[in-house]
Write a protein that binds this ligand. Structure first.
Ligand code: AVJ
Ligand code: FE
Length: 444
C-alpha cells in the first residue's frame, strides 16, 4: 500500500541518517588506535559501539524478524552488552574498524534488500499487544537504538583526551524569549502518563496509566551555570545538610567540588568540551552534574527535584483539554524551532532559545538541551510487559537507577518525546545531564 511504502521510505531514511552519524563519530574522525582504545572505564571503545549497533540490527531485523541465520555466529557474544561490561570490552577480540565497517554495511544491505517483503501493516485483528513487525515497531526500535548509541559515543568523545575532532554548527544568532515567570503552578488532578503506542514507544513507556497528582510548582527553565555557581560559592559542596546521605558519601569519596570537566581559573571557571577549553557560559543550562549534585542544589534552593510523574505532567498535560500531548508543544514532530536536539551544536542552549517548544503552561526546554534528573527510581508502570526482551529495561527496574527525562542536545528527534524514559546511576555525570527544580504548591 501507499501508506506502507511511505513508512518504509522513512525507515530507510532514518536508518541511513543514524549510520551517517555513527560513522561521523568514529571511522571518519579517529584513527584505528583511537577507535580501539578505552578512553574511560565508564565507556566502551568506540569501535565496540560501532559494531554493536550493526550486530543489534542484525539480531532484530535479520534474525528475529526475517528468520535469517547468524552472519557471524562467532562475534555475537562480543557485542552482547550483558556478557561483557564496558570496562572489559577493550580486551575482547573485537572487529577492527575496517572489519566493523564491512560487517555493518553487509547487515544494512541485507536489511534494505528484505525491507520490501516485510509486512509492517497494522494487523486486521487490532491487537493492543506489541508486535515486532506491525507499524514498523522493530525498525523504529533499531533506529532509536543506533541514535542512542550515537549519544553514548559522544559521552566517550567528551571523556577522550587529545586533539579535538568534532565540528559543530555555530550558535544561531536569534533573540531569546525566556519565560516571564520563574515557575508555574500545575493544578491538582489526574493526567495520562505513559502511552499505549506500539509504533515507536519502548516497553518501559507502556501502558498508559492515569496518575492523580496534588498541585505543585515547577521551574519554567533549567538551572543555569550561573545559578549553580552561586550554590558552589555559598559553600554548597561543604554543607552536609543539602546532601542525601549517599550523595554526601559520593562527594566525600570523589572530592567533587564542581560539575565534571570544570576547572577554576584566575578569571573564573572554565570547562573542557570535546577537547577544547572555554570559559563556562553563565546563561547556559548546567550539565555534567550527577543526581546527587542536582538533589543538593535543589535542597539549597529551598526546592526539590520533580518526580518523574511531575515532569511528565508538566511536559504533556494540556489544562484546556485535559489531554496528554506527545510533546510539550503538541503532537507535531520536533523541528529545529521546537527544541535543541540532534547534535547540531554540541551544547545546551540558554533559556528562551526555543519559545515555540513551550508547554501550555509556559514551561520551556523540557525536550532537548539536557537530560533532566528526576527524584524517581526507575521501575515499570502498573501493567508493564517486557518487549521485545527483558534486558532493554526490565532488568534495570528497582535497582537504584534514577529516571532522566526530556532528551539532551545530543539526542536525536526520533528518540525524544514526553513519554521517553532514560535512566542512570545517581553518581553518573559523563552523560549530558542537568535539571530543573520543583516544589509543593503549599510552600511559599
Ligand atoms: C537507555 C541510555 C540507559 O545506553 O544503557 C543502548 C540505551 N540500551 N543499548 C543504555 C541502550 C541498549 C540505554 N539507556
Ligand atoms: Fe545497545
Amino acid at each position: 500500500s501507499r501508506e506502507q511504502d511511505r513508512a518504509k521510505e522513512r525507515i530507510a531514511a532514518e536508518l541511513d541518517r543514524s549510520r551517517r552519524r555513527s560513522n561521523a563519530l568514529t571511522l571518519e574522525v579517529l584513527d584505528e588506535d583511537e577507535l580501539l582504545a578505552q578512553h574511560s572505564p565508564l565507556m566502551s571503545p568506540l569501535v565496540w559501539d560501532l559494531a554493536h549497533v550493526g550486530n543489534y540490527e542484525e539480531l532484530w531485523l535479520l534474525r528475529a524478524l526475517a528468520g535469517r541465520e547468524a552472519l557471524r555466529p562467532d562475534i555475537n557474544g562480543l557485542y552482547d552488552a550483558f556478557e561483557n561490561s564496558r570496562a572489559d570490552r577493550v580486551r575482547l577480540p573485537l572487529l577492527r574498524p575496517e572489519e566493523a565497517r564491512r560487517y555493518n554495511e553487509r547487515v544494512r544491505r541485507e536489511v534494505l534488500d528484505i525491507l520490501d517483503e516485510i509486512d509492517i501493516a497494522v494487523p486486521e485483528q487490532r491487537s493492543e499487544e506489541p508486535d515486532l513487525a506491525a507499524r514498523g515497531l522493530v525498525y523504529h526500535l533499531v533506529v532509536q537504538h543506533e541514535q542512542q548509541h550515537s549519544e553514548t559515543m559522544l559521552s566517550t568523545h567528551q571523556l577522550r583526551r587529545g586533539t579535538p575532532v568534532l565540528l559543530e554548527e555555530p550558535a544561531p544568532v536569534t533573540s531569546l524569549h525566556p519565560p516571564a515567570e520563574p515557575e508555574v503552578l500545575v493544578p491538582a488532578g489526574p493526567f495520562t502518563m505513559g502511552t499505549d503506542d506500539t509504533a515507536w514507544a519502548y516497553d518501559n513507556e507502556r501502558p498508559a496509566v492515569t496518575v492523580d497528582l496534588p498541585a505543585y510548582r515547577i521551574d519554567t527553565r533549567l538551572v543555569t551555570n550561573a545559578e549553580y555557581q552561586r550554590f558552589m560559592e555559598e559553600g554548597g559542596y561543604d554543607t552536609r545538610r543539602w546532601w542525601s546521605p549517599e550523595g554526601w558519601e559520593w562527594k566525600e569519596r570523589t572530592g567533587a567540588s564542581s560539575p565534571a570537566f570544570w576547572r577554576k581559573e584566575e578569571r573564573g571557571w572554565s570547562r573542557r568540551r570535546f577537547g577544547r577549553r572555554e570559559m563556562v557560559p553563565p546563561d547556559e543550562p548546567v550539565q555534567h552534574v550527577c543526581h546527587h549534585e542536582a538533589q543538593a542544589y535543589a535542597a539549597w534552593a529551598g526546592k526539590r527535584l520533580p518526580t518523574e510523574a511531575e515532569w511528565e505532567k508538566a511536559a504533556r498535560f494540556d489544562p484546556a483539554t485535559g489531554r496528554s500531548r506527545r510533546y510539550p508543544w503538541g503532537d507535531t514532530e520536533p523541528g529545529p524551532g521546537h527544541a535543541n536536539l540532534g547534535q547540531r551544536r554540541l551544547a545546551p542552549a540558554p533559556a528562551g532559545r526555543h519559545p515555540e517548544g513551550a508547554s501550555p503552561l509556559g514551561v520551556q526546554q523540557l525536550i532537548g538541551d539536557v537530560w533532566e534528573w528526576t527524584s524517581t527510581t526507575f521501575t515499570g508502570y502498573p501493567g508493564f510487559r517486557a518487549f521485545p526482551y527483558p534486558e532493554y529495561s526490565e532488568v534495570f527496574f528497582d535497582d537504584g537507577y534514577k529516571v532522566l527525562r526530556g532528551g539532551s542536545w545530543a539526542t536525536h528527534p526520533v528518540a525524544a518525546r514526553s513519554t521517553f524514559r532514560n535512566w542512570d546511576l545517581p553518581v553518573r555525570r559523563q552523560i549530558f545531564s542537568g535539571f530543573r527544580c520543583a516544589r509543593d504548591a503549599d510552600t511559599d
